[in-house]
Design a binder for this molecule. Structure first.
Ligand code: NAP
Ligand code: F7E
Length: 359
């Protein structure tokens, strides 16, 4: 038998369709799977005038990677991708994912984040019922929490249109799993970050500005301070790559089951700011109260960060602190990157980008 025919007969590469490929998690998941060598990744992006390919530049030309067009708000596009590609896995990372903006476009958030999940489930049900489906749930579904740390049984009490859209998606995944016997998982992901993080999220906003300020101070240039909303807000921050390993484990069990992924630690935005500036060798201190609180260079008057009302949300989730014990015990998953390492890698990455841009 010719080798090619033999390979096709006995060794078929797994096909994974990932939505949200240009975002943080989509790109990280693709990179992780492509490293395995036996997986063909289809990365779904929506057509736009000026797509940003930065997050996929490391593997865009990999022979096992292909970009495909599709939109989660358009069932025809999802149907035809599932029908034509016949994926073994559909990992849905596409979403309107910025909580802060979800009050401005609530119906679009619901359409993409909940409707998009139903469109994927429907396409799988109709055209590839053995395709395994992953839905990226969120700790934002938990909202004003009843207890800490929060586990998978915590009541669903969203505080934003985004949180509500993910909670609804969670119910739909359960309904489809039970009604049609699909391998469908909706896990609760606590915040996860990294060098591919969008610049509107608070961690990347901080590390990018820290890098700019560090460059300005080193070169005697003027700068505007970092402006933030609620710095008392606490989040359970992890590294996205750690979570992608956990997601892949969840997708490869005997039976589908929803898990929490989290670091099991919580830190305030205020703390993140302090650590990021300290790592860039610009140590500072918070002082003052309420809207007048400022982060100043240690023993100097120079303001590095201040509060701006405009970054407050109509309703805040004050505290998130996950409990991922079942994922650790049953999947054998555990995060490898600590909070300190996460902050350091994001600051180092933005310092390098800033130096390159200015040179
Ligand atoms: P992200 O960086 O914002 O990526 C989301 C991607 O979805 C973007 O590339 C975006 O495309 C795409 N998208 C938006 N609307 C779409 C549509 N109508 N059709 C197809 N694609 C669309 O988000 P992420 O941080 O990677 O998060 C991945 C998933 O995990 C999301 O579902 C998010 O809600 C969920 N999640 C994230 C976290 C976290 O901390 N990162 C925590 C819990 C859950 P464009 O590039 O064209 O805008
Ligand atoms: O805000 C506070 C803000 O926008 C974190 C998404 O990936 O994780 C993410 O949602 C906290 C909030 O993320 C600013 O009020 C203060 O309390 O980085 P964020 P998020 O809202 O937690 C969840 C789990 C997801 O599912 C989402 O997709 O920081 N904060 N000042 C600020 N936040 C922003 N963005 N900008 C500020 O200036």
């Amino acid at each position: 038998m010719p080798l090619q025919v033999y390979e096709e007969k006995y060794f078929r590469m797994k096909k994974v369709l990932i939505t949200g490929i240009l975002g943080q998690d989509g790109a990280n998941m693709a990179e992780l799977l492509l490293e395995q060598g036996d997986i063909h990744v289809y990365g779904m992006m929506r057509r736009s005038g000026s797509p940003n390919y930065t997050n996929i530049k490391q593997f865009r030309n990999n022979k096992n990677f292909e970009l495909v067009d599709g939109d989660l708000s358009d069932s025809a596009s999802i149907d035809s991708l599932v029908k034509e590609l016949q994926p073994d896995y559909l990992i849905n990372f596409g979403a309107n994912s910025f909580v802060g903006v979800s009050w401005d476009v609530p119906l679009s958030v619901l359409d993409v984040n909940t409707g998009g999940v139903v469109r994927c489930l429907e396409a799988i049900r109709k055209f590839k019922p053995d395709c395994r489906f992953y839905s990226a749930g969120s700790s934002e579904e938990l909202g004003n929490v009843d207890y800490s740390p929060q586990d998978i049984n915590h009541p669903i009490k969203p505080r934003s249109p985004y949180g509500a859209s993910k909670a609804a998606a969670r119910h739909m995944v359960k309904v489809y799993r039970e009604s049609y016997d699909l391998y469908a998982v909706h896990s609760i992901l606590f915040n996860h970050e990294g060098t591919r993080r969008g610049e509107e999220f608070v961690t990347r906003k901080i590390t990018k500005k820290v890098a700019e300020i560090k460059y300005a101070l080193d070169n005697n240039l003027s700068f505007e301070p970092l402006q933030l909303g609620n710095i008392d807000s606490k989040r359970d921050w992890s590294d996205s790559m750690d979570f992608m390993r956990g997601v892949w484990l969840m997708m490869n069990q005997d039976k589908p089951k929803d898990y929490v992924l989290s670091s099991n630690e919580t830190h305030s935005v205020r703390d993140f700011v302090q650590r990021a500036f300290t790592h860039a060798d610009v140590p500072g201190l918070w002082s003052g109260e309420g809207m007048n609180e400022k982060f100043r260079v240690f023993q100097e008057n120079t303001v590095l960060a201040e509060i701006n009302e405009k970054f407050y949300r109509p309703a805040e989730v004050d505290l998130l602190h996950g409990d991922s014990t079942p994922a650790r015990e049953e999947l054998g998953w555990k995060p490898e990157i600590s909070f300190d390492k996460l902050v350091e890698s994001m600051v180092d990455n933005d310092l390098a980008i800033c130096r390159k841009e200015k040179s």
